[in-house]
Design a binder for this molecule. Structure first.
Ligand SMILES: [Fe+2]
Ligand SMILES: [Fe+2]
Length: 325
């Protein structure tokens, strides 16, 4: 009970600065980009020519690339899962607190919603994809939810989102760079715009944890270590295809991402090191015994993970997804 109150107190304190947080990390809706800024306009005569051009450029992208782009898109489309999981976190009150954490959650969701929207329309127009199979996977993923083990703990939840927003920044950035390499400048631009959003979101969530460390360092340290002990599970880990088992194709999606170099085991370690560094974990003092142990665990983790990752081999064979013919 005492722990719960402390977390809610910390959250209420942070919520006092919510206007500043929203202004600093989110872009006003009036000036923000929208998916249609980057897509052919169906109300124009040039629409069909532009779609033809888009489809021609799409032909240059290899099989694994489609698997990864579609998997990324489905992950974005499962946004209802992410919004609802943050709304139930301690200190977030959707009903009684319209100007605090619920406001952040809604405004963040509203920015995120553009990502799946843009990728979905691009993928649909590309003509390369079995759209019904993709949509079926999306419906499954939203229905299946996820199990990221953050409970309703704001400390664990914001560690997860700090990590995950940077992971998505990396993967969208790399799919963008690869699109450029294959001569697809417009897709490259779309991915870059999404990646830039993810970076702002990453910085926002990271700043929440920085503030929590100032207010409640020992519990924050323990929560960070707990999250890393159980590993940061990707939000698409329940990914499946029609009539497939829950989570049945997540491994294939992740293998494709590793083969392409879009998101690898090394990236996981790099993100961890960035967080350790930005939150000044190694030099933090004034911790209780449990927190000192957690700090020690965290500081040793990158080396341990590096040794483990070196031993893992990524399968070379492409898996045949129902999404792409
Ligand atoms: Fe996103
Ligand atoms: Fe995101």
């Amino acid at each position: 009970m005492e722990k719960l109150n402390q977390r809610i107190e910390v959250m209420n304190h942070l919520a006092l600065g919510m206007d500043g947080i929203v202004d600093k990390y989110l872009i006003p809706i009036e000036t923000n980009w929208q998916p249609s800024d980057f897509l052919p306009d169906p109300s124009k005569d040039s629409f069909f020519d532009e779609v033809k051009e888009l489809q021609q450029a799409a032909r240059e992208l290899p099989y694994d690339y489609w698997a990864v782009l579609i998997g990324d898109m489905i992950t974005e489309e499962a946004l209802p899962t992410y919004e609802s999981s943050i709304m139930v976190v301690q200190g977030v009150d959707m009903i009684n607190e319209p100007h605090g954490w619920a406001r952040w959650t809604r405004a963040w969701t509203a920015e995120e919603n553009r990502h799946g929207d843009l990728l979905n329309k691009y993928i649909y127009l590309s003509g390369r994809v079995n759209m019904k199979a993709v949509e079926t996977s999306t419906q499954y993923l939203i229905a299946d939810g996820f199990d990221i083990k953050t409970d309703d703990d704001p400390y664990k939840t914001f560690v997860y989102t700090s990590f995950q927003e940077l992971a998505t920044n990396i993967s969208h950035r790399r799919t963008g760079a690869l699109a450029k390499k294959h001569g697809n400048a417009s897709l490259s631009k779309m991915c870059a715009m999404i990646a830039a959003d993810e970076m702002r979101h990453h910085k926002a969530y990271k700043s929440f944890i920085t503030s929590i460390f100032e207010l409640d360092p020992s519990d924050m340290m323990v929560a960070f270590a707990d999250m890393m002990k159980q590993k940061i599970v990707m939000p698409a880990h329940f990914l499946r295809e029609l009539n497939g088992e829950k989570g049945g194709i997540y491994g294939h999606f992740s293998d494709a991402a590793q083969r392409l170099g879009v998101y690898t085991g090394k990236d996981y370690i790099d993100i961890l090191e960035i967080l350790l560094n930005d939150w000044n974990i190694s030099t933090m003092t004034g911790l209780n015994g449990a927190a000192e142990k957690a700090q020690d665990y965290l500081m040793r983790l990158p080396d341990r993970l590096t040794r483990l990752t070196e031993r893992i081999k990524v399968p070379e064979l492409e898996y045949k997804f129902s999404w792409v013919d």
